[in-house]
Design a protein. Sequence first.
Length: 109
Amino acid sequence: MRWFKVFSTNVLNGDDFVKRIDVSGRKLCAVKRGENLFVIQNKCPHAGADLSTGKCVNGKIICPYHRHEFDLVTGRGKAGQGNYVNTYPVEKRDDGIYVGLKDDWWKFW
């Protein structure tokens, strides 16, 4: 796993947000809620919407197209949706907030 700095630590002191971040060629969705930061895939698996243009309600990201909901911790969709989003580990370090991305297995061959 490779770790990438995405924010300074003082981002946790600011207002809540939902925004797109670009990390190592990947478009991800960062959600700051209270003192927590979550990073999930940015593309909705249902219809391909940009989740960073959605809203966060009660710990779930709401897709702006068809209102599909995804839990920020587990990535699971609302009951009956039958879909999910990928979640990524986030670490707070002394020098910033980092997100972990798995190395692509084909880069080793």
